[in-house]
Design a protein around this ligand. Structure first.
Ligand code: ZN
Length: 246
């Protein structure tokens, strides 16, 4: 082919082709640099949240954590429960009795899907005489009991923060761990969120934004426990008979 035929039009075509190829390469590389996306299973679980599978936590922030950090922790815990198909609502409640009137929602009657989360500073935690290593504890609570309580010892989380761990994320995981105790009892497992004592790699994992999980069996039990707490006696029979989804 006569090279003159390429002329400006030919050079232009070659540059256009090179540019198109470069654009394709950039576009094909972009997902590798994009932020984390929910896994398909998490997305499906999120879609499976029903209005029935919901918990409401009334939060008493006695430790005085700043609102942005607390919101971040609640978001972490919400994401953990969303992956199980359980929704969570958070209600700020007053840390002082003098402010009770300013929080009317916190004075309303509570049901079995309403939990009380108390985030305690050291002076309050000490009075409970609990194990020095523990990050929190939960009340043993039957499924028919309203207003079950979980407590977090925030000074111990603060201590972990001085070692470089992310306090907001650890608090989110401690809340999820203690909520699970309320819902499915005191048992621990050898790994994951329900490990009795998180190891340094666990804490690093949490701090880096990677997830510790509930086991498949724990996940199923947790979702069923929330549905049972929300169900009327007639609905509970249907859940038992597998006639409404868990
Ligand atoms: Zn525990």
């Amino acid at each position: 082919m006569d090279s003159r035929l390429l002329g400006w039009g030919g050079r232009k075509w070659r540059w256009t082709a090179k540019f198109a190829l470069l654009a394709c390469l950039i576009l094909s590389l972009r997902p590798a640099f994009a932020g984390p996306r929910p896994s398909p299973s998490a997305k499906n679980a999120n879609q499976a949240i029903t209005s029935k599978a919901r918990l409401t936590l009334r939060v008493y922030n006695y430790a005085g954590i700043d609102s942005a950090s607390l919101a971040s922790s609640e978001k972490v815990a919400s994401a953990i429960f969303a992956s199980l198909g359980v929704g969570t609502d958070w209600v700020d409640c007053p840390a002082s009795r003098r402010k009770v009137r300013a929080y009317p929602t916190c004075n309303s009657d509570m049901g079995t899907t309403d939990l009380v989360l108390r985030i305690l500073p050291r002076p309050m935690a000490v009075k409970l005489h609990h194990s020095n290593d523990s990050l929190g504890f939960a009340q043993t609570c039957s499924e028919s009991e309203p207003a079950c309580e979980l407590n977090v010892f925030y000074d111990r989380i603060d201590e972990l923060a001085t070692k470089g761990y992310r306090a907001d994320r650890i608090l989110g995981y401690v809340i999820a761990h203690e909520v699970a105790h309320v819902l499915i009892g005191p048992a621990h497992s050898d790994e994951g969120i329900m490990r009795g004592e998180w190891t340094s790699p666990d804490l690093q994992h949490i701090s880096l934004g990677l997830s510790l999980n509930f086991s498949t069996d724990q996940s199923r039990k947790l979702r069923l426990a929330v549905l049972r707490r929300a169900a009327t006696p007639a609905q509970e029979d249907l859940i038992q008979a597998n006639l409404i989804p868990r």
